[in-house]
Design a protein. Structure first.
Length: 305
């Protein structure tokens, strides 16, 4: 699919031509790119598309080439959307086999107009669309963590370690993605090949700051998740302390009874209680009295709280 930039984003037919002062956006597959551009760039961009694991931009003499690797919001640890680009002042080629970029550009054509016909401005708008709903997504992610915290306080959560591990991996994936977007925008802003104008560098600087803010929000969520982890560990420690306290109380209660049982289990002939008809009853009464006194002392010392 081809689009013409003339102050708006206009779809083009196969036979349409670009007029003076206009720019071209061409969305093609990797196979089409290989047929049309492999001799010029010696497959450098294709190698990036097939083997890259991160977003990048390379400034060449009179163009910029690079790739984007975008995590899916519904499956942050699953498959990624990957596309490449080749950009000059008057031409932007987007190489995408998934069809997602074509859908995205179609939405842009319906809703946006470009301030200038430069491909840099269109590329900026495209990058903006990549993170358009990310603020809302991060807000919803924060609500998810808040619900997890409420369930943790209510004790109505299972597999917390597994869930928290997944959350940490997802946030790390987002952090890495936003950091890569910052690197790409800063590379374009530096304009080492002098392909862009000052206004272009300014908008890429704005994008870099926006990506930084998203990165900071993600880092804040990661810190929140660490706090939840610490809260979970504290609750485990509290439960373990309660169990140890209970076992200590039980052991303390039965320790005197164990002493009595061991003492009178020696069966020495001279022990008067062995021949007394009331010896057994006396031992029972003494044992019960000891238990009552211990429980009374434990309540005074608030050992049952």
């Amino acid at each position: 699919m081809r689009y013409r930039l003339d102050g708006s984003i206009v779809p083009m037919g196969e036979d349409d031509d670009i007029r003076d002062g206009e720019a071209l956006v061409d969305i093609i597959t990797s196979e089409q790119y290989e047929d049309e551009y492999k001799k010029k760039f010696q497959k450098k961009m294709l190698l990036n598309i097939y083997h890259t694991h991160y977003c990048r931009a390379d400034l060449l003499k009179d163009c910029v080439i690079g790739t984007f690797v975008i995590p899916r919001k519904d499956d942050l640890l699953g498959t990624y959307t990957t596309f490449g680009f080749y950009m000059t002042v008057e031409k932007l080629v987007l190489v995408d086999d998934s069809g997602i970029i074509e859908t995205l550009v179609r939405h842009m054509a319906e809703a946006l107009s470009v301030e200038k016909t430069y491909t840099a401005h269109f590329f900026f708008e495209l990058m903006e669309y990549l993170v358009k709903e990310d603020v809302i997504f991060l807000q919803n992610y924060e609500k998810k963590l808040a619900e997890l915290e409420a369930a943790l306080l209510d004790g109505a959560i299972t597999d917390f370690d597994k869930k928290m591990l997944t959350i940490r991996k997802e946030l790390l994936a987002l952090q890495s993605y936003y950091q890569q977007l910052t690197d790409v925008s800063e590379t374009l802003e530096e304009n080492q090949n002098h392909m862009f104008e000052e206004d272009d560098c300014t908008i890429f600087d704005l994008y870099s700051k926006r990506a930084d803010r998203l990165f900071d929000n993600t880092r804040r969520l990661q810190e929140y998740s660490l706090q939840l982890r610490e809260m979970y560990e504290s609750q485990i420690d509290i439960r373990q302390n309660q169990i140890m306290k209970f076992l200590t109380v039980v052991t303390t209660i039965f320790l005197p009874l164990t002493l009595i049982a061991g003492w009178y289990g020696m069966n020495f002939v001279g022990m008067p209680e062995l021949t007394s008809p009331y010896g057994y009853l006396v031992v029972i009464i003494v044992s019960i009295a000891i238990i009552i006194v211990e429980i009374w002392l434990f309540k005074i010392k608030k050992w049952f709280d």
